[in-house]
Design a protein around this ligand. Structure first.
Ligand code: ATP
Ligand code: MG
Length: 558
């Protein structure tokens, strides 16, 4: 953005940021995206990333990537690496502004010492259960810890010895001395440090105590000179605590602005729940194409552009709401409709033999690559005596309004000929396993010179030239719009959709897809958009159905 371009003030955060620049409260914009490296990024994080990086870019500012890595027990380098890869894939760049809360451990320790010296923090010997009991409830005030009045000297000594590893895990904590009667439970002497004899993925065994997220987060923002600390709504009630810390420490304070978390119907966006799905084998991995993770969506066939488009469509709200997953699919379909090459692929094959077609003959039919984009050109698709069509496109006894292939009926084979069904072959159980047809050589290309019409056009693949494939058809991961909608004592896993994955094989696809690389997406005409999966082998392509052709969202939205 140049100085002359007015910033986009289309939402309440941009409006607030623009006002801060106008009023001189801040002279530039620094935001940050602060993931905890304890899981893979999901579509909710994409929203936060779009907000953090997007707003910085709109105002000519910068956005930091900071890992909030204060919990060594749940954090791993693998997550750090994947999170960075996912953000880059989404199309955002933090330049050289990569930070880790763990880089501030020494400073945070000094901050804690300062608060002890001010009489604003104390070492507490209550265990976790006792602390919970002393904490009170939303309705009842808490009680003061018996250790609250320890002297500054004793607190400094104990805290230093906590650091030195003299005490077992859980034996003591360092707490802020605020107000046990506060209506905001976060201000009832929150824990700042706990003892954890755990190795950290960056600091190794250097520390025996670790700051809690709430003690690290605001101060990390402060250290980095973040101007606008944008976060989801659940942090609103933590804001008074962040403000308390910066005020008592007398350090620079950013402005925190909260926005609504993204919730998507039929899925979960909690790392804890996603981790459970992975660890307990309900999905194959973090990048299982049914997962709402960025890696899962990518493997499913989602593009970065479609996810960014979705994030901008949902906009920014101050109140939590649930977004229809159909809206996410809409963004992908919209893009793929313009970009994905069309191919013919048969998911549930039924063999067709054209009796009057010359044995051993092959013709090359001209097919349009993308009717939405004439520049994509045409390709040749081989046609022969033996074909596959979809089982669904044939009925031995067609119901009313079924206009596709049936005995005695003529239909068009896309880009090829009119064919007429003249018989069927059945197996011992009476199931039709082959359709016998004749073709009219005068209809090549798809029109009859005598002007006669057919009511249906169906897709096909030449058996001799077909590429063998497996198709993985995905449905929603959960069977209820809100997976947490459970009976008493129920569990979100109770709502898992048992039919979220259907694997079908063999499928046959026209030869233009031969050798397609993982990540390539095509439209199987009349069927959906399919993305080549990394599980593909030279002998068999595996296709993930990214999204179907029908847009249920456009229907409700317009
Ligand atoms: P958990 O699922 O364990 O609560 P988290 O999803 O909040 O964790 P973080 O790593 O703390 O994970 O998230 C990083 C940032 O992403 C935070 O600033 C958070 O506000 C934001 N964020 C996380 N989930 C969503 C969501 N569903 N919608 C919007 N922003 C989100
Ligand atoms: Mg969080």
């Amino acid at each position: 953005m140049t100085e002359n371009t007015p910033p986009i003030t289309s939402d309440f955060i941009r409006t607030a940021v623009a006002e801060d620049l106008r009023s001189g409260r801040f002279s530039r914009v620094v935001t940050r995206f602060p993931p905890e490296p304890n899981g893979y990024l999901h579509i909710g994080h994409a929203k936060a990333i779009a907000v953090d990086f997007g707003i910085a870019a709109d105002f000519g500012g910068v956005c930091n990537l900071r890992f909030d890595d204060t919990n060594p027990v749940k954090e791993e380098q693998e997550y750090v690496d994947m999170i960075m890869a996912d953000i880059r894939w989404l199309g955002y760049d933090w330049g050289n502004r990569l930070f880790f809360a763990s880089d501030y451990f020494e400073t945070l320790y000094e901050y804690a010492v300062q608060l002890i010296q001010k009489g604003k923090a104390y070492v507490c010997d209550l265990n976790a259960d006792e602390m919970r009991e002393y904490r009170g409830t939303l309705k009842a005030p808490g009680r003061e810890s018996p250790y609250r009045s320890r002297s500054v000297e004793e607190n400094l000594d104990l805290f230093q010895r906590m650091r030195a590893g003299e005490f077992p895990e859980g034996a003591r904590t360092l707490r802020a001395k605020i107000d046990m009667a506060s209506g905001n439970v976060n201000l009832r002497d929150p824990v700042m440090y706990r003892i954890l004899h755990a190795a950290h993925h960056r600091t190794g065994n250097a520390w025996k105590i670790y700051p809690l997220y709430d003690f690290a987060h605001g101060q990390s923002d402060s250290i980095e000179g973040v101007t606008h600390s944008l976060c989801s709504l659940e942090y609103e009630i933590h804001r008074p605590l962040y403000d308390w810390y910066t005020r008592e420490l007398g350090i620079y304070a950013p402005r925190q602005i909260e926005f609504a978390r993204l919730n998507l119907s039929y899925t979960v966006l909690s790392k804890r729940k996603l981790l459970k799905l992975v660890k307990e084998g309900f999905v194959s991995s973090w990048d299982d194409p049914r997962m709402p993770t960025l890696s899962g969506l990518r493997r499913r066939g989602y593009t970065a552009a479609s996810i960014r488009d979705f994030c901008s469509r949902i906009g920014m709200a101050k109140a939590d709401s649930v977004v229809d997953i159909a809206m996410l699919e809409h963004s992908l379909r919209d893009e793929l409709n313009k970009t994905a090459p069309r191919v013919m692929g048969v998911l549930r094959p039924l063999r067709v033999v054209i009796e009057n077609y010359p044995e051993g003959q092959t013709e090359e039919m001209d097919a349009v690559n993308n009717p939405e984009n004439p520049a994509a050109g045409t390709r040749k698709v081989p046609f022969g005596k033996v074909l596959y069509i979809e089982q669904d496109d044939f009925r031995e006894e067609p119901p009313p309004k079924f206009f596709r292939m049936a005995p005695g009926r003529e239909v068009r084979l896309r880009y090829a000929y009119f064919v007429k069904c003249v018989g069927v072959v059945k197996d011992a159980a009476g199931k039709v396993i082959e359709v016998r047809c004749t073709y009219d050589p005068a209809t090549r290309g798809g029109d009859a010179p005598d002007g006669r019409k057919v009511k249906a056009t169906i897709h096909w693949v030449s058996a001799e030239h077909a590429v063998l494939a497996e198709a993985r058809l995905y449905d929603a991961l959960f069977s209820k719009p809100n997976p947490d909608d459970v009976e008493e004592d129920g569990h979100f896993l109770d709502n898992l959709n048992p039919n979220s994955l259907e694997v079908i094989s063999p499928c046959y696809v026209e030869p233009s897809v031969r050798g397609a690389q993982a990540g390539t997406t095509v439209q199987f005409e009349r069927t959906g958009y399919f993305c080549v999966d990394p599980d593909s082998t030279p002998d068999k392509l595996v296709f993930n159905r990214a999204v179907g052709l029908k847009d249920s969202y456009a229907k409700v939205a317009t």
